[in-house]
Every structure is written in structure tokens, then in C-alpha cells.
Design a protein around this ligand. Structure first.
Ligand SMILES: NC(=O)c1ccc[n+]([C@@H]2O[C@H](COP(=O)([O-])OP(=O)(O)OC[C@H]3O[C@@H](n4cnc5c(N)ncnc54)[C@H](OP(=O)(O)O)[C@@H]3O)[C@@H](O)[C@H]2O)c1
Length: 329
């Protein structure tokens, strides 16, 4: 066997090995590399003042627990005070934080007029904001033809404009201090299309455009990092709280046959991303992560897969069957 053939075989083997490795990971390759060899969240985040919105449930709640173990000063925001109190109590139970280290700051993200006051309240309490995690958000489950215009407006007001407004309140403070982290909990649907969630997808696409522009403007402020974190499906109450086409009615349950990632794993990877100042992060189990990569690099093939996957499900949705409960075939 000639040397060149042997080399070619080795390269092919390496490629196959890499592909095999990729099929086993649950984050993009930069994130996986950072988790393996990068800076540790316990070294980089301990002692910071971290403001988490949407901290009363799901990803935000788990962020509060993991951050409290790292010994940060926490600001917990959402609308439901009793749920925030419950999360605070559990954080204190971890033993790393004292009562004075956790500040409950309830507000409605869609009410933009409250954001300036809320920001001032955090600064008064802790004197600074090191990290803002824009996590609060809502999704929906309805076809475009059945979805009222008010509904699209509501989702943009909350997911997009609410996040932009809060970021704009906190940014001048970070610019003045020449440091800080702005995190947006976006979604893989900001790059990969899914049906029956057009308003949600659009709001996440809008966030993607916003944070990418912000990242470029921050070239002038190298101490401030903006991170676009895009999870796939994660265990939380997002499905239960999803709006239907009736706006006031929610789906009301979390059951789904689609594979979801454990909340704790997703949040851990988010912390790794923050510790390593990663600007773009994809988190998700296979096959969602693979589809995201294909959509980015081989869109024609990705479109074929997406088409096959959703074709039947859209018909089921139209006939009133909950698509999320149909098995992946
Ligand atoms: N779970 C997933 O599969 C997944 C995947 C990708 C991205 N995400 C994103 O992750 C983020 C967190 O969602 P989740 O999955 O953890 O869902 P979740 O369990 O439903 O939590 C949503 C949080 O947002 C808060 N919230 C909703 N409306 C609000 C408002 N008007 N003002 C202030 N807070 C509000 C809720 O608190 P209150 O009701 O108390 O206000 C709750 O704490 C969202 O941005 C979502 O788009 C989730």
C-alpha cells in the first residue's frame, strides 16, 4: 500500500471518528472544547452580581440554583412573587448564600416603563450588575392562519422588545464600568425553522439580529461580552405555559414525545459559555443539533429532512391532534 493511500485512509478514519464524536455531544464544538479545557464557571463567576429574568420556572429557576452554588449575588425576576420566594428559599438551602445575597425583583418584562426603575433598584441593592441573563420568554402553538395579529404583537413585546429594553437599561452601566456580560437565552429555532410557532420563531430571529449587531458594536468595549445562547428542547414549563391561538388559553401540560435535554445539563453548559465568554452557543441533543449544523452548512439536505419530519405532523395538528404527542418515526 502506498503512503498516500495510507494517509488518505487515516484522514478518512479521523473524519469518521470526529463525526462519531459529534453525534455524541450536546453542544456546538467550541462549547464542548470549552467544557473540556476552558475556564471553569466556579473560577470565573463566583462573587459576581447576576440578574436572571424568568427565574420563577424552568431554565431560569435552574440557573438560580446552580449560580447560588457558585456563590454569586443573585437578582431574581419574573412576575410571580410567590414562585420567586420559593426559588430563593431553595437557593438559600444550598448553604452558599445568605439572605442579603438574593434580591427578589418582580416585574413584567412586557411592561417596558418599569425597566429603568428595576435597573436602579438592582444598582441600589448591590452597587453593580456584572451579568444580565435575559431569559424570560413565552412560546405558542398555533398555525399562522389561525393566529391573530395581536398575538404576534404580544410575543414581540415580551420576547423581543422586553429583552431589548432591559438590555438598553443595563448597558450604559456596563459601558461606564468597562465590563459585564449580557446573555440572551435565545433558541435553536432562531436558525432552524419549525412550524406552529411562527410568532415565537420570529421573536427569536429578531433577538438573533439584535445581539449580533450588539456584539459588533461592543468591539469598541472589549470588556463587555454579549452571548447568544441557543438551546434546543429542554425540560421546563415552556410547553405548559405556551399560548394557543386564543391568546388567553395556554396548552396547560408539559407532556410531549419529543426528546428533551435535562434542565441541569443545559444550564451547566450555559454557565460554561458565560465563564468562557462565548458569543454564540448551540445546546441540544441529537438529532436537533445535527439538523442545526446541516441547516447552516447544507441547507438543501436540511430542508429535505425538515420537510419529511413535519409533513405528517402539520396535518395532525390541523385535525386537532397534539403534534408533540406523536412519536418521532
Ligand atoms: N424549554 C425549552 O425547550 C427552550 C428551548 C429554547 C429556548 N428556551 C428559552 O428559554 C427561556 C426560558 O424558558 P423556559 O423553557 O424555562 O420556560 P418556563 O419554564 O415557562 O419559564 C419562563 C419564565 O419566563 C417568565 N416570564 C414569562 N412571561 C413573563 C413576563 N411577561 N414578565 C416577566 N417574566 C415572564 C416566567 O415567569 P412568570 O410567569 O412568573 O412571569 C418564567 O419564569 C425562554 O426565553 C425560552 O424561549 C426554552
Amino acid at each position: 500500500m502506498s503512503w498516500s493511500l495510507l494517509l488518505a485512509l487515516c484522514a478518512l478514519l479521523l473524519l469518521l471518528l470526529k463525526l462519531l464524536c459529534f453525534l455524541c455531544v450536546d453542544g456546538d464544538l467550541t462549547l464542548m472544547w470549552s467544557e473540556w479545557l476552558g475556564r471553569r464557571p466556579e473560577q470565573e463567576l463566583t462573587g459576581l452580581v447576576v440578574w436572571v429574568t424568568g427565574a420563577s420556572s424552568g431554565i431560569g429557576e435552574e440557573l438560580a440554583y446552580q449560580l447560588s452554588k457558585l456563590g454569586v449575588s443573585l437578582v431574581l425576576s419574573a412576575r410571580r412573587v410567590h414562585e420567586l420566594e420559593r426559588v430563593k428559599k431553595k437557593c438559600l438551602g444550598n448553604g452558599n448564600l445568605k439572605e442579603k445575597d438574593i434580591f427578589i425583583l418582580p416585574f413584567d418584562l412586557a411592561n417596558r416603563s418599569s425597566h429603568e426603575v428595576a435597573t436602579k433598584a438592582v444598582l441600589q441593592e448591590f452597587g453593580r450588575i456584572d451579568v444580565l441573563v435575559n431569559n424570560a420568554g413565552k412560546a405558542h402553538s398555533s398555525l399562522i392562519v389561525d393566529t391573530k395579529m395581536d398575538f404576534f404583537k404580544e410575543l414581540m413585546e415580551l420576547n423581543y422588545l422586553g429583552t431589548v429594553s432591559l438590555t438598553k437599561c443595563v448597558l450604559p452601566h456596563m459601558i461606564e464600568r468597562k465590563q459585564g456580560k449580557i446573555v440572551i437565552v435565545n433558541s435553536l429555532v432562531s436558525s432552524v425553522p419549525i412550524p406552529v410557532a411562527s410568532g415565537y420563531c420570529a421573536s427569536k430571529h429578531a433577538l438573533q439580529g439584535f445581539i449580533h449587531s450588539l456584539q459588533i458594536e461592543l468591539i469598541k468595549h472589549p470588556g463587555i461580552i454579549a452571548s447568544n445562547i441557543c438551546p434546543g428542547l429542554v425540560h421546563s414549563n415552556i410547553r405548559k405555559n405556551m399560548l394557543t391561538e386564543e391568546v388567553t388559553k395556554t396548552v396547560g401540560h408539559n407532556t410531549t414525545q419529543l426528546r428533551k435535554m435535562a434542565t441541569s445539563r443545559c444550564v451547566w453548559l450555559m454557565l460554561v459559555a458565560m465563564a468562557n465568554n462565548l458569543k454564540e452557543v448551540w445546546i441540544g441533543e441529537q438529532p436537533y443539533l445535527l439538523v442545526a449544523y446541516l441547516w447552516q452548512y447544507v441547507p438543501t439536505l436540511a430542508w429535505w429532512i425538515i420537510h419529511k419530519f413535519w409533513e405528517k405532523r402539520i396535518d395532525l395538528f390541523k385535525s386537532g391532534v397534539d403534534v408533540s404527542k406523536t412519536k418521532y418515526k
